[in-house]
Design a protein around this ligand. Structure first.
Ligand code: SAH
Length: 203
């Protein structure tokens, strides 16, 4: 996976490549798709949600320029895979999942794999995690129609956020935002397809 899907497609950050060699992706996907864990494809993880293709995880992780001292927020825990990859590289990971069942499972799996620096919260990621803000970087793995303002507010000066944005039924655009002197600079990267960013799952 690392050689043929990541290195071959110009993922160069050694920490990202090492992390993806290390995290047991097969232990974070459901049993019925386990044999496909290292294939070049997204996979269903239950509750209508998906774990991203390995290349997208690598790309998004590399895009925030992860460093060992960083504190990173992820929105959309899903299987916990992206959080585990971050947990291999940065100091602290905070991840929020809106579907309780998925959040609880990821929490259990991540604890079992020994990721003590990853904290999972069940809740609406739109609101971010104000008690732990600001964050050095934010990775959003579900697609809202516009970038949630609370997440912009919780990004540290000089920090980066990577996020798919666009209408839920279509492809979205992957964007990278950087906060410089309090202002946001946005770069549009390429079209992607993520599951929708929902807000009504929690009653
Ligand atoms: N990063 C995940 C991919 C998960 S797919 C992984 O590595 O497996 C996106 C996830 O975002 C889904 O599990 C979905 O339930 C969740 N999600 C959607 N809207 C959300 C919201 N408002 N807050 C938190 N999580 C949300």
């Amino acid at each position: 996976m690392v050689k043929s899907q990541l290195e071959a497609r110009e993922i160069k950050n050694n920490a990202v490549l090492q992390a993806m060699l290390k995290v047991p992706r097969h232990q974070l996907v459901p049993g019925d798709v386990r044999h496909l864990a290292y294939e070049d494809t997204p996979l269903p993880i239950g509750n209508g949600q998906t774990i991203s293709q390995p290349y997208i995880v690598a790309f998004m992780t590399e895009a925030i320029d992860p460093k060992p001292e960083m504190k990173v927020l992820e929105i959309g825990t899903g299987s916990g895979y992206q959080a585990a990859v971050l947990g291999e590289i940065v100091k602290d990971v905070f991840t929020i999942e809106i579907v309780e069942e998925l959040g609880k499972k990821a929490q259990k799996d991540l604890a079992q794999l020994g990721y003590k620096n990853v904290q999972v919260r069940i809740g609406d990621g739109y609101l971010g995690w104000p008690e732990e803000a600001p964050f050095d970087a934010i990775i959003v793995t579900a697609a809202p129609e516009r970038v949630p303002q609370p997440l912009i507010d919780q990004l540290k000066e000089g920090g980066k956020m990577i996020i798919p944005v666009g209408p839920t039924s279509n492809t979205q655009e992957l964007r990278i935002l950087e906060k410089k002197k309090g202002k946001i600079r946005t770069k549009v990267l390429f079209p992607v397809r993520f599951v929708p960013f929902t807000r009504d799952t929690l009653k």
